[in-house]
Every structure is written in structure tokens, then in C-alpha cells.
Design a protein around this ligand. Structure first.
Ligand code: HEM
Length: 278
């Protein structure tokens, strides 16, 4: 199987699993639980898992790999940045509504807030995600940020994006386990009723989704071509990299600024299209 077919397979699997996860979370709420409402009761709680799985897991995962889609490689980098930022913003909005639902549910039922490991790691992930979003917008969408800063912070942006995504999946797994322990009374979770099997399956699929997204995001040969060149300059040349990158970046800064203004609509396949701000 060639590299292109392998990419197609991984992408189709990730998209399918991400969609199935959202559908399963919805079915859990509608079929096994109380459905949806906004009255401070269990039906309001159900927004929490459904919006987290749909938005904060599936949508965030797709936002991470959006630059890898080959049919977008002739779109301008600015358009891709708007799509990446837009999907991440949408995922963040889902997460915030989902948090309002669970805090409101707890307050109505006089359940203490923020006592569990799930809630600690989860809130930390949401705060870091918000920081990542603000820094990402400031750094890569506002054209005044110096090109050298953009290039310098890119490895940190990539690492923290992947780290937050993995933490969110771990948080979701803790959350579904807690809910099954709290919610299943007769029969209990340990008796493996159909709801427990169903939701365990959702948990396994979330791990599979995470594995696929991290795989796609970390394959160097699947990066947008201009990003591959920059990645090689950063990693393959060791100490030599700084000497090479600096003049390259300054030569490119005019071009990148022009692109940020939306002047460049088409990318060519030459190295002259090299873009330092991912
Ligand atoms: C994936 C991202 C998720 C994040 C960031 C997250 C975050 C949070 C936070 C911050 C709280 C505390 C609310 C409070 O103390 O009032 C909470 C509560 C809760 N969440 Fe999640 N959650 C996520 C996913 C899920 C999922 C998928 C479930 C599955 C049902 C779930 C189940 C729960 C439960 C049962 C509580 C109440 C008990 C507790 O505070 O631990 N969560 N979540």
C-alpha cells in the first residue's frame, strides 16, 4: 500500500470513529439516560458528556489534522488557519456550554463542585485549551507578530495542542467511568448491564480516535509540503538549523505577511512557498 492510500485509510477511519463516538454519546443520553433538558436535573447533566464527546473530543481531533488534507494544499494558508481556528473555537464553545450544564446541575442538586480527579484534570484542560486558543490567534492570525516569534513558538503550539487533546481523552474516560459507577444502581456497573457494555465500547472508541489523530498528526510525510520543509530545517539539521532558518525566515517574512493579508491565493510546489508559521 502506498503512502497516499495509508493516509486515506487513516483519515477515513478517524472521521468515521469520531462520528460514531458522537452518535454513541447521543444514543447514551437518549436511550439509556433521561434525554435532554435545561432544568438543573439529570437531563441537563446529559448535555455535559454529549457536548464534550462531540465538540471537545471529535471536533478538536478534526481541527488538529485539518492541515493534513491534501485537497486543501492549494488553498491559501490563511484560509486554513481560519478553518483550524474556527473548529477549535467551536470545540471550545461546546466545552464551555457543557461545563455550565454540569456546574448548574451540581448547584441545583447541592452536590459539591470540583471534588473529583476528573473535574480537576478536566478544568485544567479547558483552561489550557483557552490559553492555547488565545495565544494561537494572537500569534498566527494577527499579522503583526514577528515571523521569528511564530517559528520559535510553533513547536510549543504543536506539542501543547497534542498534550491537551490527549488529556481531554483521559478526562472523558474518567468521566464516563464515574457516571457509570454513580448512575447504575440495579444492576450495578460491576454486573455489566447493557448500558455499561455500551459505554465501555464508547470509551474504547475514544482511545482509538485519539490514537488515529495522534498518528496522523505526527507523520512527517503527511504534513502540508511547505510545513515538511520547515520541519526538516528544525529537526534534521541539528545545530546547523539556526544558521539556516534565520536567513530563510527573514527572506520569507515579506511573503508571509503578504499571505496574511490574503494576497496569496495559490501555493506553488516550489520551496519559495515555504511558510514558517504553520
Ligand atoms: C472530555 C472532556 C471533559 C471535561 C473537560 C470535563 C470537565 C468536567 C468538570 C470541570 C467537572 C466539574 C463540575 C463541577 O464540579 O460542578 C465535571 C464533572 C463531571 N463530569 Fe466531566 N468533563 C469531560 C467529559 C465528561 C464525560 C464524557 C463524562 C461522561 C458522563 C463526564 C462526566 C462527569 C461527571 C459524572 C461529573 C460530576 C462529578 C465530578 O465532578 O466528577 N465528563 N466534568
Amino acid at each position: 500500500m502506498d503512502d497516499c492510500a495509508r493516509f486515506g485509510l487513516a483519515l477515513s477511519a478517524a472521521a468515521a470513529v469520531g462520528l460514531v463516538n458522537a452518535v454513541l454519546a447521543l444514543r447514551w443520553a437518549l436511550h439509556f439516560r433521561e434525554g435532554f433538558g435545561w432544568d438543573g436535573g439529570p437531563a441537563q447533566f446529559n448535555w455535559h458528556p454529549v457536548l464534550m464527546v462531540t465538540g471537545f473530543v471529535s471536533l478538536q481531533g478534526m481541527a488538529i489534522i485539518v492541515y493534513r488534507l491534501p485537497w486543501t494544499w492549494n488553498w491559501s494558508k490563511l484560509t486554513m488557519k481560519f478553518i483550524h481556528a474556527g473548529l477549535n473555537l467551536l470545540a471550545f464553545i461546546f466545552a464551555v456550554i457543557s461545563l455550565v450544564a454540569v456546574f448548574d446541575f451540581h448547584n441545583t442538586a447541592a452536590i459539591p463542585n470540583m471534588y473529583s480527579l476528573h473535574s480537576w484534570v478536566g478544568l485544567a484542560a479547558v483552561i489550557l485549551y483557552c490559553l492555547q486558543l488565545v495565544l494561537g490567534l494572537g500569534m498566527y492570525l494577527i499579522p503583526i507578530t514577528p515571523v521569528s516569534w511564530r517559528a520559535m513558538f510553533m513547536p510549543l503550539h504543536v506539542y501543547s495542542g497534542l498534550f491537551i487533546f490527549a488529556s481531554v481523552i483521559a478526562t472523558a474516560l474518567m468521566g464516563i467511568t464515574e457516571k457509570l459507577i454513580f448512575g447504575l444502581k440495579d444492576p450495578k456497573y460491576k454486573d455489566s448491564p447493557p448500558e455499561a457494555i455500551f459505554v465501555n465500547f464508547l470509551g474504547v472508541l475514544m482511545v482509538v480516535f485519539g490514537a488515529l489523530i495522534l498518528w496522523i498528526a505526527t507523520r512527517k510525510s503527511w504534513k502540508r509540503p511547505s510545513d515538511q520543509i520547515l520541519h526538516s530545517l528544525h529537526t534534521d539539521r541539528g545545530g546547523e538549523a539556526n544558521t539556516i532558518i534565520s536567513p530563510t525566515l527573514s527572506q520569507l517574512s515579506d511573503r508571509v505577511d503578504a499571505e496574511a493579508r490574503g494576497d496569496i491565493r495559490k501555493r506553488s510546489s516550489t520551496s519559495g512557498d515555504l511558510d514558517p508559521d504553520n
